[in-house]
Design a protein around this ligand. Structure first.
Ligand code: MRU
Length: 358
């Protein structure tokens, strides 16, 4: 009998070069509907990133890479200067879609570098090289997540309870996820983890995405509201916290989905290690501390009415809705990268990881 298709069988992001389209799963519709949408224009790609149809730092990077290739393909000139001017305009536009995840500007810079490194070549050849680079960004993402999974797995043991916040899963990457990579590899090897997924207010990435993908993969997952993490930790059900990140500063301060710092503070109180799973594409050595990370502010409606049958707060009430918060490096037991595990002092260990990379 043919195996039933699950969400894990879909590509989070894909290139349809023949139809000049970027294909994504519209994640705002999950888990009730799996709709693949085709994005062709700069505005469509910008909107998809801003509206979190494609989200999660690495997936945003992959989408930006493919998006930039497709936009470059549409530029009609054989003159490099003209081509490059238009390229930079489109790149800056995509870069303005979300400010916190550094993977967006990281991928766009990589694409721009291809243009600069080959400016003496005909524009059509540059376009072919841009395609290659965008495909490499995605292929790299898969390799990187797998390596993070292996390192992460070395930090836990069979039967452990793991808590995660937001979605740093396959839906946030191209495969495996970052924070979920040790869970998926453990699942393949019979580790029997018990995973707790925070629902992650206000956009419910934990409920709609993480619990969905883990459950579809046969992982033992329990969904909890964000304000229940202290209870499960106090019960002794959690041995480790694994979360992803949107930007890691040079001193180890880490921006991730709003609520992560609360989880980290509570976990420290209960002496539970907090592990940040970070591809080196998310480490930003030019940002010295968490104070320098720009935090995206989102519309009030996400808190007051989205997901509810009717508005659940008085009209006109003040709302504070940051998409991310910064977890201080003191609360982080280790940062798990594809080049190994960094521990405090992070200023030193992250520098070594980045040197290893280059
Ligand atoms: O607002 P989102 O859904 O893009 O936020 C995603 C997160 O905070 C993830 O934890 C982070 O991007 C890492 S994804 C591997």
């Amino acid at each position: 009998m043919e195996k039933e298709k699950t969400i894990m069988d879909y590509d989070t992001v894909a290139l349809d070069d023949e139809n000049s389209a970027l294909l994504i799963i519209d994640q705002t519709k999950l888990p009730t509907e799996t709709e693949i949408i085709a994005l062709k224009t700069a505005q469509e790609i910008w909107d998809a990133i801003y509206l979190l149809k494609v989200r999660g730092a690495p997936a945003i990077g992959v989408a930006a890479g493919y998006g930039m290739y497709l936009l470059a393909k549409q530029i009609r000139t054989d003159n490099f200067e003209e081509f490059y001017r238009e390229f930079v305009k489109q790149k800056d536009f995509l870069n303005s879609s979300r400010p916190t995840a550094v993977n967006l500007s990281w991928a766009l810079k990589r694409m721009e570098q291809v243009c600069l490194d080959h400016k003496e070549k005909p524009v059509r050849e540059i376009k072919a090289l841009l395609k290659k680079e965008s495909e490499e960004i995605q292929a790299e993402d898969i390799r990187v997540c797998k390596a993070i999974g292996e390192y992460g797995l070395s930090l836990v043991k069979p039967g452990d309870g793991i808590l995660t916040h937001c979605n740093a899963g396959q839906l946030a990457t191209s495969k495996y996820g970052t924070a979920t990579a040790p869970i998926y590899l453990g699942q393949e090897r019979g580790y029997g983890f018990h995973v707790f997924a925070d629902e992650t207010r206000p956009l419910l990435q934990g409920a709609r995405l993480t619990s969905y993908e883990l459950y579809s993969s046969g992982v033992d997952v329990t969904l909890i509201c964000d304000n229940m993490s202290a209870a499960v930790m106090k019960n002794g059900w959690i041995d480790a916290v694994f979360v992803g990140c949107d930007r890691v500063a040079a001193n180890g301060d880490t921006a991730n989905k709003i609520g992560t710092s609360v989880v980290a503070a509570v976990a420290n109180y209960y002496h539970i290690p907090v592990y940040i799973c970070a591809p080196t594409s998310t480490i930003d050595m030019n940002t010295l501390t968490g104070d320098d990370i720009r935090i995206e502010q989102r519309p009030a409606g996400e808190v007051t009415e989205m997901w509810y049958k009717e508005r659940m707060a008085p009209e006109g009430v003040k709302v504070f809705n940051p998409a991310f918060d910064v977890t201080d490096h003191e609360l982080i037991a280790a940062i798990v990268t594809e080049y190994g595990i960094a521990r405090a002092p992070y200023t030193q260990s992250l520098k070594e990881i980045m040197e290893k990379k280059s």
